[in-house]
Design a protein around this ligand. Sequence first.
Ligand code: PLP
Length: 427
Amino acid sequence: MIRIRTDIPGPNSFKTIEQLRRKNGGWAVPFPFVHSSQGNGCYCEDVDENKFLDFGSQVATNPFGYNHDEMIAVVKKYSARHPLKFAGQDFIVPEHLNLIDELLSISPKGMDAGFLVNSGSEAVENAIKICMHRRHHMQFSVSFEGAFHGRTLGALSLHHSKSLHRRGFLLESNKELPFDDSAPEVLRELIETNGADKIGFIALEHFQGEGGYRIPSSMMVKKLFVLAQKYNIPYLADEVQSGIGRTGKWWSFEHYGITPNVFSAAKALQVGAVIAPKKDFPDEAGSISSTWGGGHILDMALGIKTIEMIKRDKLLARNNKMGSKILDGLHKIEEISNPRGRGLMIGFDLPDSHIRNMFIIESLQKGLILLGAGERSVRVIPPYIVDQPEIDEGLRVISEVAKKVNSNGFESYGKICEFMDCGTTHT
Ligand SMILES: Cc1ncc(COP(=O)(O)O)c(C=O)c1O
């Protein structure tokens, strides 16, 4: 159960946040509390002994919540070893092979090679390189309105989410397609005007994350895919946020019955990965590499365990079941609009971004962690172990806070906004 003992942030959190705010060069406006590493299941505790219900799963990176027995067992197994982190492309450990094997076991037929890296951006970056290295005439790539693919410069080139992320950086050439059913027609025009060989690749999130938790229609995806195939344009699926079972299938592109040429994974996997047919990777040894990629034993062991547990406990089906319950509950809350989702990747909308931000802040004050996305959406992405009592508790907080939407009766949020920028959404 949620337990809120102090203002948020509490005094102990406040001290650390205040110092870190001054010293952290990349201050990204965090949630205003400091984890104590205590907590269990879907609940985490802060250093002021507040206990939050986490419906944000550390931005989809934490599918098994806090202090799960089996995850702790993995951590213990490796606790007496050093180093835990190897230069994994040059010095191999067994976990490297085991994780790639697990990944390929959940990937479509024909996807017979994986490459492990350190983050989602690095996964996208390498997926881009796999697409590009044989596209000798390419002049630009294609991605979509609202797209978020990471913050390294290659991945950032595909970005059409917040302008803040791109401002001031020199990027690769890219064209933006609308994120709706008109996209295939716009792509066709691009092909006709420029020639297909000028298009390096098409990159798509099959459940758009940061840009607003939007689900592309079947028609949009299928037509885009058919065009890409017809003109041999590599098709890149970014599964960093939506992959590893969150949407009730291993990969969100599976909802469309397609297999991309290459796809990225990270977040819930604990490491970054890019997956494609072996024949499509560069032939030259070392053409793609990464010092630590495939070398962090603990991360890989946790990734292996994650996939094993999803398989063993049939969590794809369970995520669908639990997700439907959450969606049913959200549909009953009048003040919110457009509840939508697949599996445990769920979003809803509020009238505008100010109300959305107040909504998230007020939910946090009541002990429920929710994340924003896009202009005015809220993400509901609990860990895969979420069960009826947590769903009831989370929905209770959401419906309580929702009552304030029409009256705009949000309470003063005190210190919270010093840390949580009202315009900030989390990737
Ligand atoms: C769809 C998508 N692609 C790429 C990334 C980048 O991942 P990372 O932050 O691990 O570099 C993210 C998240 O940040 C994401 O949501």
